[in-house]
Design a protein around this ligand. Sequence first.
Ligand SMILES: [Zn+2]
Length: 84
Amino acid sequence: MGRRVIPHVAMRPLWRCRNCGAEWPCQPARLALLMEYRKDRLGLLLYLGGLMVQARDQLAQLNPEHTPDLYDRFLGWARRRDRR
Ligand SMILES: [Zn+2]
């Protein structure tokens, strides 16, 4: 019985974290993404933008009445605040 590590990745089409159940990207997922893309912020934003489009489509199919604000959830936190 090995201990299994569940990564903080999105369950589709619900877009909840497989590990902690929070709305993805959860805090650990954001930290991991920031580390992975620490030298490529534009790449991170493009990646998240692509996921946001998928999430919007899938969530809209699940619940057309409710349109969550996915921009802040997927992109707002990743944008650089100290831009010069
Ligand atoms: Zn998580």
